[in-house]
Design a protein around this ligand. Structure first.
Ligand code: PLP
Length: 414
């Protein structure tokens, strides 16, 4: 890429940045440099406005009323479901279930699919790169059924060891659950190969897309995955809303998860019949404004174009990797060939928490800790790392500020 093309893209991206009110403020006397997008990204005005419009003009309960407001709210809510369907290229809105987020989506599958399918001696296969949300629900499901959780290995670069994955895929495997992108290291997993290998054995695959959805364009039909899950708040949308995509034939066969209103057709004290998909899995009043906000976030991201987003973020990643690497005593953890735009690192002699606190004094927000991925930290023999994660609204200048602040922190600790 030429310098010119790069600066065109840079100018193009900078325009979108002004849509984010949170980014226009000072923190500790400095303009906020927000590099914690992997934990939660910021919301553009379009999303804030969509939620405000709903609360100001459309609010009512969905799927229930004969009155006009309920019909308007239902249309907006179901319109958001259609936006999600289109975004993922799912075949039908029956395959799009609204949840509270990635964590709830995985728990739904673990309890409904796992609870009905798992028998003693069965296995669930995950990888070392998982977020706790894609470990603990499977441990719980395995424990309840007397099944075993198998964990595929990674290499020192933080890439999945496909040989280990193949070796652990067995006739007893009932489901493969793996992250699409690692939140701790940024590694992009070879999900096409994972799905092909699993399907060759008749094993369905759940992909945890929490870190992939803001960076990569997702086509669940092309991926051929059986479940895909993500959270709104990592896609410039509201918190408390997320999605479970599920292959219709699997969802049809799965028992309901939670019981309550909306998920039923008829109820008596002797028998209840369940509603059709997707409502079967949406008990109770849903997060209506959250879904509408998520729909607005998807429209917004689509307007920018995931291709542009990915291209700019790769520039940010390469610049950050190159510049941070010039700092003596700094080690980048996670050097996968294929990485999303985040950098995990340690600095000799400075605990990541202290580094995070010092950077915060300059208005720079990074994540420090185990990133809800303790097994990854254990693999590298670390208690924690510092993690800078980039969104399309970040700039080269912000990365330079990060690098300068890390150098200053080193001087403080000398
Ligand atoms: C953030 C994250 C989760 C959990 O998402 P919630 O929104 O907290 O439910 C799960 N997996 C990965 C890879 C994540 O990054």
């Amino acid at each position: 890429m030429t310098r010119n093309a790069n600066s065109n893209l840079s100018a193009q991206m900078a325009k979108w940045r002004s849509d984010f009110p949170v980014l226009q403020q000072n923190i500790n006397g400095h303009p906020l440099v927000y590099l914690d997008n992997g934990a939660s990204s910021q919301r553009p005005l379009a999303v804030i406005e969509a939620e405000r419009h709903y609360a100001s003009h459309l609010h009512s309960n969905v799927h229930r009323g004969v009155h006009s407001l309920s019909a308007l709210a239902t249309d907006a809510f179901e319109g958001a479901r259609e936006s999600v369907r289109r975004f993922l290229n799912a075949r039908s809105t029956r395959e799009i279930i609204f949840t509270r987020g990635t964590t709830e989506s995985i728990n739904l599958v673990a309890q409904s699919y796992g609870g009905s399918q798992l028998r003693a001696g069965d296995e669930i296969l995950i990888t070392t790169l998982e977020h706790h949300s894609n470990i603990v629900p499977w441990q719980m499901a395995c424990k309840a059924a007397g099944a075993t959780l198998k964990v595929a290995a990674i290499n020192r670069r933080g890439e999945l060891d496909l040989a280990s994955f193949k070796a652990l895929l067995s006739p007893r495997t009932r489901l493969v659950a793996t992250s699409h992108v690692s939140n701790a290291l940024g590694s992009v997993l070879p999900v096409a190969q994972i799905v092909a290998l699993a399907h060759a054995q008749g094993v369905p695959v759940l992909l945890d897309g929490a870190q992939a959805i803001p960076h990569l364009s997702i086509d669940v039909q092309a991926l051929d995955c059986d479940f895909y899950v993500f959270s709104g708040h990592k896609l410039y949308g509201p918190d408390g809303i997320g999605v479970l995509y599920g292959r219709e034939s699997l969802l049809e066969a799965m028992p309901p998860w939670q019981g309550g209103g909306d998920m039923i057709l008829t109820v008596s004290f002797t028998e209840t019949t369940y509603n059709q998909l997707p409502y079967k899995f949406e008990a109770g009043t849903p997060h209506i404004s959250g879904a509408i906000g998520l729909g607005a976030a998807i429209d917004y991201v689509t307007q920018i174009g995931l291709k542009n987003i990915a291209e700019w973020e790769q520039h940010l990643l390469h610049h950050a990797t190159a510049q941070l690497s010039t700092i003596e005593g700094l080690t980048i953890i996670g050097t996968a060939e294929d990485k999303a735009s985040l950098v995990s690192f340690t600095v000799d002699g400075i605990h990541p928490h202290d580094l995070g606190t010092i950077l915060d004094q300059s208005g720079i927000a990074i994540r420090t800790g185990h990133h809800c991925a303790m097994p990854v930290m254990q693999f590298f023999g670390l208690p924690a790392t510092a993690r800078a994660s980039f969104a399309f609204y970040n700039t080269m200048d912000e990365i330079d500020q990060l690098v300068t602040a890390v150098r200053s922190a080193q001087h403080l600790f000398r």
